[in-house]
Design a protein around this ligand. Sequence first.
Ligand SMILES: Nc1ncnc2c1ncn2[C@@H]1O[C@H](COP(=O)(O)OP(=O)(O)OP(=O)(O)O)[C@@H](O)[C@H]1O
Ligand SMILES: [Mg+2]
Length: 521
Amino acid sequence: MHNSDEISTHLSFNGLATLYRISQLLSSGGSIEKIMEGVLDILETHAGMKRGMISILNPDNSELAVDIARGISESGKQRGRYRLGEGITGKVFATGRPIAIPKLKNEPTFLDKTGARKNLKDSDLAFLCVPVKAADDVVGTLSVDKVSVQDAVTLEGELQFLQAVAGLIAQVVVARRKQQELITALERENLELRKNLEEKGKPDLMVGNSGSMREVYRQIAQVAPSGTTVLIRGETGTGKELVAQAIHQKSPFSAGPFVPVNCAALPESLLESELFGHEKGSFTGALAKRIGRFESANNGTLFLDEVGEMSLSSQGRLLRAIQEKEIQRVGGSTAIHVNVRLICATNRDLETDVAEGRFREDLYYRINVFTVHLPPLRERGADVLLLADYFIKKYASMNNKQIERISTPAIDMLSSYHWPGNVRELENVMERAVLVSTENVINGHDLPPTLRIKEADLQGTRKDTFEAMVASYERELIVDALKDARGNQTKAAQILGTTKRIIQYKIQRLNIDYRKLRGSA
Ligand SMILES: Nc1ncnc2c1ncn2[C@@H]1O[C@H](COP(=O)(O)OP(=O)(O)OP(=O)(O)O)[C@@H](O)[C@H]1O
Ligand SMILES: [Mg+2]
């Protein structure tokens, strides 16, 4: 053996400078494949080492995780996949010891599977292969060709140089693995948290599994435990009041009352006395003292529905009450302390109302702390059918009726209607259908004319309406799961409680580009 100083003097290139370049590259970040290609580039340009190959094992199985080759064609690379234990590379994998072969043509175990050397004179080439080791584990190999002009001392020196390179590579591989393990653990945790949130947030009385509704459930779970003011937005009939009740029930205020006030239902003068109460004789007709809703909601939740309909003067009073946590009864002078959780709802475009001076900007910021947006029913995919089914059960049992199914034409009508009145409209439609149905089936003619007008249009397309809808729902579920799983099909299959094979089949059939979903969670 020679000591390394002595050996490095025998190198035909500057070993230290090359190692330095490589270490710089290794700390530069980027994909591991790119980095390894860079290493092979440097070895080629600065150390005269050609046709380099780096193979790194996947820690989870015995497949190659990284398999980079220089100067070898793609098909050569395919052929070059050495089974571990086969050939020289395999031997290095198995023994963890470097191998140098001064002249390839003298070596019977050299397989040249890649075919890269078939045009070269065999006698010109030396082959060097060193293990990439993490602690005592062989995690990969690094191999190169050299033009075989060296004496044994030079060859030994180059082998040592390559081992130093392999040592640097090993450090990067180990660091990347640790990082990957951490990311995987975090992802798993994140996934569980999201699932937990969804389950925690799902109100018992709310039906729907669409991605947009699951987002709503997560938001409910997030905001309910705090005392934060919530603004619930969404078209009419989308379930804003249900969400407000759910937040109350899942909040620390749940032992207190839930007090709803519809701000649109009362004229300005009455609304103020409704909210804040009044003293006896404070206005004509105020025959007795009255406790307002703010006071009765003490230690509970005050739900201000249609908050966008309040007059500017009532808005001012409301703002003071929120800021000071105190109210004064109309006609009264004492301040009464109140402790309430405030939830507001609106289907108005409050931003426009603010811009046009109909809604106070300062109040807008006070109530718009955490927003839950309820999607319109037409954007909830097959939730329409889940809800239809739910309402049939509800009204059938209320009316002692036996309804077994919805006919296909009726399903198509329900699916293709645009539901301007959202869930409330659907609920009314189903209640009526249950009442008027004479068989134990909901038929097309049990649905109101607004839906039936479409019956003629549906002829011929009826088959794909339902199927297209189910497909679109399926697609949404799978895309959601893939997003959660960052494009990982196995994980997505776990989330959906199915097998990878089925997921793969559906991805293909529904033409989902799962690669695009990587990292989009
Ligand atoms: N996801 C759902 N699952 C079951 N029932 C629902 C769902 N969403 C809404 N509903 C029902 O639909 C009806 C309308 O809901 P809600 O009153 O909460 O809507 P809203 O958004 O407050 O409507 P508006 O803006 O008109 O006040 C209620 O009977 C409610 O129980
Ligand atoms: Mg409402």
